[in-house]
Write a protein that binds this ligand. Structure first.
Ligand code: ADP
Length: 661
């Protein structure tokens, strides 16, 4: 076995690999860029080597730097994680030349699977079912239209060198096909420097289901069940689970055997993933093979009981697999949710900044948190804005979902925006709960984007009784402070009014053993908790059932966060509540007349001039943030009255860019 390995990656995956290496008694070397000098993976590793400035092209992607780090530290092998250099044949070859082991498959497999056309042909030859289509490079638009009508609409136009959902277009007719062909070709050329494009049938109501395979250098290859990754937003996975709620035993076996056949065809030696697209009738078709560890591998680890990183390291060191296909048993259910630094209520705009507060849920047998950050660290603009992967396990799917809901309640993040509300909303969505998902589900269910109204709280009495508890505990504590004049002590009343969503909810609060009994609308709610002021999490019981609610106090307002839903509440004495009802309501400023910057960033373009009439959907301005161009479009038809910022300006959130008439 290796004595020392280097991890050519950062963030959660670097930390995850280090954990396993440490468990196996292997020393670890981290590499880090300027932006990562205080990162968790650097702290966790036994040694760390600085490899350059923040941009990945000058650090994590520079093969020579990684090689030098291996030589300087004496690392015998390199784990590439995912992304970065994990699927670069040139990297494997460079390592091999120096006698350093690449913890992954052989170059031949990476090469063959790196190209969509080549891999599709190989799959066909290996007897794997592929999406009906044309696997030759298409010359021009005319040929594209002919081929598409031959296949039958709808079709998918894809870049052969594509990845990350780029260079893909759906076409439903000849005109869309001609247009899609040109766009896909251009996108492929600019993104991948390779404009080869091909066409296949578009599978309707598609589900993305992938098979985990594992091979050793002795010719053994097994499949470790499937992962369903159909919940995607813009072709990016959001929630993954194992097993799939859709597959039956026969389909699972057929997919598994085909995945193994394909792996065998390229002499696959390591952990790898064969992705399939599955239609509503459970017909499955090969999409591509990822020749590396996948982000969502933890769900497979939960249901198989295996440590995939350990298996990769053992296989790379020449060990034989210690089990056979018959030994592989799937047990229980696991779900992964990707927690991102992005604002779901603002069209999922990436958010950067310092994690002022970061309290992940407690890990246990059924809760796992894979993360590369800690409280006080920075979500930087240079890398993927993932905060953590939250994985839960249960004996059944429903239990795994219940654990996920609880864990999301406990996940406390402040300083950057995050998508926990969105993840919580998906967990209770009927389509998700009943397993009727497809890769289009998110787009279909949230056509106008995601809004606070998509996460209503289904039990307002819970929030009201907890707010009453919190306020009452606060008042009782204030009443106990010393220095009060004898005979003039502060008395805390039992009747209160909770103000929520503009509505008054009268409650009666009686102290009880370990908490308070709150009477609301004739019902008694027994709230018990040792919660004290300043605790961000209110943990306790409500009528005997455990609850966990995030609590923040902002002046007189208690902000509660539970099940993805946020509520601002005030608790007032009945007298004050009466007066409060008489207060004039301050009308919020009319912001519909302004285009506001949804994020901090650099204004790179203003596409309109004063006096111009714009139509809904028309481009207004472009902001660059986190290396991404974000196009701001008109929400409705309007006329530009004023342009209030110029290209080159650094914008703050909510800064006005354009005023309309
Ligand atoms: P990439 O390498 O860019 O991720 P993939 O080929 O893996 O591209 O496809 C990404 C996603 O696009 C899939 O998960 C699926 O949702 C969708 N997709 C790809 N091919 C098809 C198809 N033929 N029909 C329907 N959806 C498809």
């Amino acid at each position: 076995m290796f004595k020392k390995i280097l991890i050519a990656n950062r963030g959660e995956i670097a930390c995850r690999v280090i954990k396993t290496a440490r468990k196996m008694g292997i020393k670890t070397v981290a590499v880090y860029s300027e932006a990562d000098k205080d990162a968790l993976h650097v702290e966790m590793a036994d040694e760390a080597v600085f490899i350059g400035p923040p941009p990945t092209a000058q650090s994590y992607l520079v093969i020579d730097r990684i090689l030098q780090a291996c030589k300087d530290t004496g690392a015998e092998a390199v784990h590439p994680g995912y992304g970065f250099l994990s699927e670069r044949p040139a990297f494997c070859e460079a390592l091999e030349k120096e006698g350093i082991v690449f913890i992954g498959p052989k170059v031949k497999a990476i090469d063959a699977m790196g190209d969509k056309i080549t891999s599709k042909k190989l799959a066909k030859e290996a007897g794997v079912s592929t999406v009906p289509g044309y696997t030759e490079v298409i010359k021009d638009t005319k040929e594209a239209v002919e081929i598409a009508s031959g296949i039958g609409y709808p079709v998918m136009i894809k870049a052969s060198a594509g990845g990350g959902g780029k260079g893909m277009r759906i076409a439903w007719n000849d005109a869309e096909c001609a247009d899609g062909f040109e766009r896909a070709t251009n996108e492929a050329r600019s993104s991948f420097g390779d404009d080869r494009v091909f066409i296949e049938k578009y599978i309707e109501e598609p589900r993305h289901i992938e098979i985990q395979v594992l091979g050793d250098s002795h010719g053994n290859i097994v499949y470790l069940g499937e992962r369903e990754c159909s919940l995607q937003r813009r072709h990016q996975k959001v929630i993954e689970e194992a097993p799939s709620p859709f597959l039956d035993e026969a389909t699972r076996k057929a997919m598994g055997e085909q995945a193994v056949a394909l792996s065998r065809a390229v002499d696959y030696q390591s952990a790898g993933t064969v992705e399939f697209i599955v239609d509503a009738k459970r017909n499955f078709y090969f999409l591509e093979m990822n020749t590396r560890l996948q982000v969502e591998h933890p769900v497979t680890e939960y249901v198989t009981g295996l440590d995939l990183v350990e298996q990769m390291i053992r296989v790379a060191a020449g060990e034989k697999l210690s089990f056979t296909q018959e030994d592989v048993k799937l047990k229980g259910w696991a779900i992964e949710a990707r927690v991102y630094a992005e604002d779901p209520f603002r069209n999922f705009l990436p958010s950067i900044g310092r994690l002022v507060k970061y309290m992940p849920p407690k890990e246990s047998d059924v809760v796992r948190v894979d993360t590369g950050i800690y409280e006080g660290s920075e979500v930087s603009m240079y890398y993927d804005p993932m905060i953590a992967k939250l994985i839960t396990y249960g004996s059944t799917r429903d239990r795994a979902i219940a654990h996920m809901r609880d864990a999301l309640n406990e996940f406390f993040i402040r300083g950057v925006q995050h998508n926990i509300s969105f993840l919580a909303a998906l967990m209770v969505h009927t389509r998700f709960m009943t397993g009727r998902i497809s890769t289009n589900m998110i787009a279909e269910e949230y056509p106008q984007g995601f809004h606070a109204s998509d996460v209503p709280h289904d039990d307002p009495a819970l929030l009201i009784s907890v707010a009453a508890f919190i306020h009452r505990r606060y008042m009782d504590r204030a009443a106990q402070t010393s220095g009060q004049l004898l005979g003039h002590e502060r008395k805390v009343g039992n009747d209160w009014v909770v103000l929520m969503g503009g509505q008054q909810h009268p409650v009666h609060v009686d102290p009880a053993d370990g908490g308070y009994d709150v009477v609301y609308m004739g019902e008694t709610y027994q709230v018990r908790s040792d919660w004290q002021f300043g605790y961000p999490l209110f943990k306790g019981t409500l009528n005997g059932t455990e609850i966990c609610i995030q609590v923040e106090r902002r002046d007189m307002i208690y902000r509660l966060f539970h099940w993805g839903s946020q509520a601002d509440m005030m608790v007032l004495s009945p007298r004050i509540a009466d007066l409060q009802a008489l207060m004039p309501v301050k009308a919020p400023p009319d912001l519909s007349k302004f285009l506001l910057s949804p994020m901090p960033g650099l204004l790179t373009k203003v596409a309109v001039v004063v006096g111009q009439e714009v139509k809904a959907g028309e481009e207004l301005a472009v902001i660059e943030a986190m290396k991404m161009e974000n196009v701001l479009r008109a929400e409705q038809d309007a006329k530009v009255a004023k342009v209030m910022a110029a290209p080159g300006d650094s914008l703050a959130v909510d800064q006005a860019i354009i005023e309309f008439e």
